[in-house]
Ligand binder design. Structure first.
Ligand code: FAD
Length: 434
């Protein structure tokens, strides 16, 4: 039985590296340059398709912590990033050409790696496979994946609404309620006519992210960006995601003019999702415009909204905690396709898939990282079956188990990081000792 990695992007190279570090050989399929994706421009492995930043370096941020964990697990992406870094303040940014060249050279010259520049159109059923074909997975293999997962479990667009930290919502204005008094599941932000008009005008004028050519007209009616909905008329939002019917503001005893509802997004109740607020506004504009909503004037965003072309699976329904397909357990899914979001997150899942692929080959029990680590927190998000409408997420503190006691916000990052690195070290010792 061979180990096959499909896709030489960020996740694929990390997986490949972990396998060869453990002395096993691997066949890596990468379709470029024979066939390319709409976003890639070179023939290099691990090409960064957009920004050259791997975000914050500080270990007291969730993405900084994830990078530190990756370093400790022997990440090739982190090694390359450090060798090819360019000045970027507190962020880790790279010279994209040198970064991809460095990784390509390391992988292609490794004696245990065989590279095949071909498009894979069917997932091999009799080998150990790591499928890491990314957000722009080619059509043929998407079709095959659909056959395995069921077509309702493979998605081609993100329609992500912003997520805010619960403790940054002003509950002197916002209130818990479900429509028609049926429970208290949502946080509701009420707007009067004047507040609605102000918000509406700002939304129409806000700056948007330009679409990529291959993304242009493909919005689904069910998940139109909020600003596109607003363009259809002044009251469209009041009859759509901001409709106030069935909601009574306990402070006035009346139905507000409009309402923004936020739905709980994690078990702990620390994150709330702005229902129906998927958007293509620039991040800075989202912060400015959404803070005009009463109750959100100081809102801190764990994740901003977005809509883009992205192939990803309905992870909670189809993946196990080792990143394997539940109904085809020789196949691991890594990278953006698994339902994580971002360069660093994609690469990190490649590490885990690589480690476990070797363990599967050797008939050893598989490993899942502790949920208190950044890597483990991502796995918890991917496998949280409570989530009905699963959407990809960047790493953020809201995905971590709560700290044992309440601490001031500025202390939190330090405590999350200390707990994570302590648990990670124990886990690494377990991996090494077995
Ligand atoms: C347009 C765009 C811009 C993005 N910008 C950012 C950003 O600025 N910052 C950020 O953090 N994240 C960004 N992302 C999200 C994501 O982090 C990156 O796409 C990241 O590269 C994902 O890593 P990956 O390994 O999962 O996929 P990729 O890096 O895309 O690697 C997948 C590889 O698989 C190959 N492949 C696909 N199908 C097949 C097949 N059938 N057979 C063989 N090979 C195949 C592809 O050629 C590709 O090399 C962006 C995504 C897109 C689509």
């Amino acid at each position: 039985m061979a180990i096959i990695v499909i896709g030489g992007g960020l996740a694929g190279v990390e997986a490949t590296w972990q396998i060869v570090r453990r002395g096993e050989s691997v066949i890596l399929y990468e379709m470029r340059p024979q066939k390319t994706t709409p976003a890639h421009k070179t023939a290099y492995l691990a090409e960064l398709v957009c920004s050259n930043s791997l975000r914050s370096q500080e270990v007291t941020t969730a993405v900084g912590l994830l990078k530190e964990e990756m370093r400790r697990l022997g990440s090739l992406v982190m090694e390359a990033a450090e060798k090819t870094a360019v000045p970027a303040g507190k962020a880790l940014a790279v010279d994209r050409e040198r970064f991809a060249q460095y990784i390509t050279q390391k992988i292609t010259t490794h004696p245990l790696v065989e590279i095949r520049h071909e498009e894979v159109t069917e997932i091999p059923r009799n080998d150990i496979v790591i499928l890491a074909t990314g957000p722009l997975t080619s059509d043929a293999i998407s079709e095959d994946l659909k056959r395995i997962t069921g077509k309702e479990h493979l998605h081609f667009y993100d329609a992500i609404a912003p997520i805010v930290y619960a403790d940054s919502i002003n509950m002197n204005i916002a209130f818990f309620a479900s429509r028609y008094g049926k429970g208290e599941d949502y946080i509701n932000c009420p707007l009067n006519e004047e507040e609605y008009n102000r918000f509406y005008e700002a939304l129409l004028k806000a700056e948007r992210v330009p679409l990529h050519a291959f993304e242009e007209p493909r919005y689904f009616e069910g998940c139109l960006p909020i600003e596109v909905m607003a363009e259809r008329g002044k009251d469209t939002l009041r009859f759509g995601p901001m409709k106030p019917v069935g909601i009574i503001d306990p402070r006035t005893g009346k139905q507000p003019y409009a309402v923004v509802q936020l739905r709980r997004d994690n078990k702990e109740g620390t994150l709330y999702n702005m229902v129906g607020f998927q958007t293509k506004l620039k991040w800075s504009e989202q912060k400015r415009v959404f803070r005009l909503i009463p109750g959100l004037e100081q809102a801190e965003f764990a994740r901003y909204g977005s809509i883009h072309r992205n192939t990803f699976i309905d992870a909670p329904r189809v993946l196990d905690k080792y990143l394997r397909l539940k109904n085809l357990p020789n196949v691991f899914i890594a990278g953006q396709l698994s339902g994580v979001e971002g360069y660093v997150e994609s690469a990190a899942t490649g590490i885990l898939a690589g480690i476990n692929a070797v363990r599967l080959l050797k008939n050893m029990p598989l490993f899942s990282p502790p949920p208190t680590t950044a890597l483990g927190a991502m796995i918890s998000h991917l496998t949280n079956i409570v989530t009905k409408d699963f959407q990809p997420s960047n790493i953020n503190w809201g995905l971590f188990p709560r700290l044992p006691k309440k601490v001031p916000k500025r202390e939190r990052g330090k405590l999350y990081a200390a707990r994570a690195l302590n648990d990670l070290e124990k886990w690494i010792r377990e991996i090494i000792n077995e």
